[in-house]
Design a protein around this ligand. Structure first.
Ligand SMILES: Nc1ncnc2c1ncn2[C@@H]1O[C@H](COP(=O)(O)OP(=O)(O)O)[C@@H](O)[C@H]1O
Ligand SMILES: [Mg+2]
Length: 401
């Protein structure tokens, strides 16, 4: 396993989070977006966390995708609770030995020694303040796939609680609670910051830089060290392949491993084979999306089409939308029918549509937007069942009941 460290990026972000950068407002919350599998979690845990810790910050990391069945608010509470019990554990032991039921922290907060580690009873912001005061250090709370919090009301309330904890703990020149939120989908993450009443209204979303030619350089130098016969490695072709793989290291490394394997039977250059694998992967991904789309009922297709076309402006049941569905399916569509179709799209496995607790919709996988735009550009939208003309579509499939 190769890990390419991105220490400089982690250091720059740490400075910004501490409020020491000249510009920007990362000290109010840093929102990082990048597509799935491009290395966000790896960076947050493997690079950012150690750099923050080296700067004396207590880091709590939680991935809201780690257990999709549990409420996101509980996942965050648990992570804070665990950090708290780690810090308080010793204190509590001493207190219990001395027969004390409560421990006082920093002379103000009283904590029930039997309840340490659970933050029911303690509010989220009290728990964070307690953690800060016992650790006598600034905290960073890293919430990975933070947009998932918006799918539950408790999760939304938790986000508002975090904001108020931030406002209570931080003062000009002293950042005691740093918040880092990552997301695989910029549109969804935006809902935390861009509507009136959104928990972090006014904050900016930053695109997390993808792994780039320095990553390729690193990989190339490892190959050259191990296989001098392959010198010089064609970095340009490898970079091109990596970009085709959507900057996703895992697929790139797999293809590289196969091309370099003594069992590959390859006669030409391995870089060319990796590039060919990247092209293959890209067309496989597109074919998969196309077949998912073609497998839908006509109304589901129309709703998904509308969602892809409208993006954040999507309103599922307005007159325009209903007209659109009617035009595409050639049957009258009631709001109830449209809602059923949306629910069906959400309940598929994997889900095609995402819904927030406030009833906002988005495609589940942002890669679909790129695919849609590409098809529109090339005049190949909507996808066709092979051998079927466009005007036949929707007419010879079962009508929605
Ligand atoms: N810096 C890196 N160096 C090498 N491989 C990486 C790096 N970052 C990510 N990867 C690989 O890419 C895969 C996906 O990364 P991950 O951090 O889970 O992405 P994300 O959180 O954006 O979905 C990981 O399994 C890992 O193998
Ligand atoms: Mg991740």
């Amino acid at each position: 396993m190769i890990h390419y460290s991105r220490t400089t990026l982690a250091q720059n972000l740490t400075v910004a989070l501490q409020g020491k950068a000249l510009f920007g407002d990362a000290h109010n919350g840093l929102f990082l977006a990048a597509p799935r599998r491009t290395g966000k979690s790896t960076f947050l845990q493997g690079d950012l966390r150690p750099v923050l810790e080296a700067a004396g910050v207590v880091v709590v990391y939680v991935d809201l995708w780690s257990d999709q069945r549990r409420d996101p608010a509980l996942l965050v509470a648990d992570a804070i609770g665990r950090a708290l019990s780690l810090k308080l554990g010793l204190l509590a032991k001493v207190a219990r030995k001395a027969g004390l039921e409560n421990v006082s922290i920093a002379g103000t907060l009283k904590i029930d020694t039997s309840k340490i580690g659970r933050i029911d009873g303690l509010t989220l912001s009290e728990a964070l303040r307690t953690l800060h005061e016992t650790a006598k250090a600034p905290l960073a709370l890293i919430i990975d796939e933070a947009q998932h919090a918006l799918t539950s009301e408790a999760g939304e309330a938790m986000m508002s609680a975090l904001k108020s904890a931030r406002d209570q703990l931080n003062r000009p020149g002293q950042v005691n609670l740093m918040l880092v939120m990552s997301g695989s989908d910029r549109d969804k993450l935006l809902r935390l910051v861009n509507t009136n009443g959104a928990p972090f209204f006014g904050s900016q979303i930053t695109r997390m830089p993808e792994l780039d030619q320095h990553f390729i350089q690193h990989v190339a130098s490892l190959i050259e060290a191990q296989r001098p016969d392959l010198k010089p490695v064609d970095q340009q072709t490898l970079l091109q392949a990596f970009e085709k793989f959507g900057h996703r290291p895992q697929f790139f490394m797999e293809a590289l491993g196969q091309a370099l394997s003594p069992l590959s039977g390859l006669t030409g250059r391995f870089e060319t084979a990796v590039l060919a694998a990247a092209n293959q992967k890209q067309s496989d991904d597109e074919r998969q999306m196309e077949s998912n789309y073609l497998g839908l009922k006509p109304l589901e297709q129309a709703v998904l089409w509308r969602l892809l076309e409208q993006g954040a402006r999507f309103r599922p049941y307005d007159a325009e939308a209903l007209r659109f569905y009617k035009e595409k399916t050639q049957t009258a569509v009631s709001p109830q029918k449209a809602q059923n179709a949306l629910e069906a799209l959400r309940e598929r496995n994997p889900a095609l549509v995402w819904k927030s607790a406030r009833g906002e919709y988005s495609v589940d996988d942002a890669a679909m937007h790129r695919w849609f735009q590409q098809c529109v550009q090339h005049g190949t939208w909507p996808p066709q069942v092979p051998g079927q003309a466009q005007h036949e579509l929707g007419l010879n499939e079962d009508a929605e009941d």
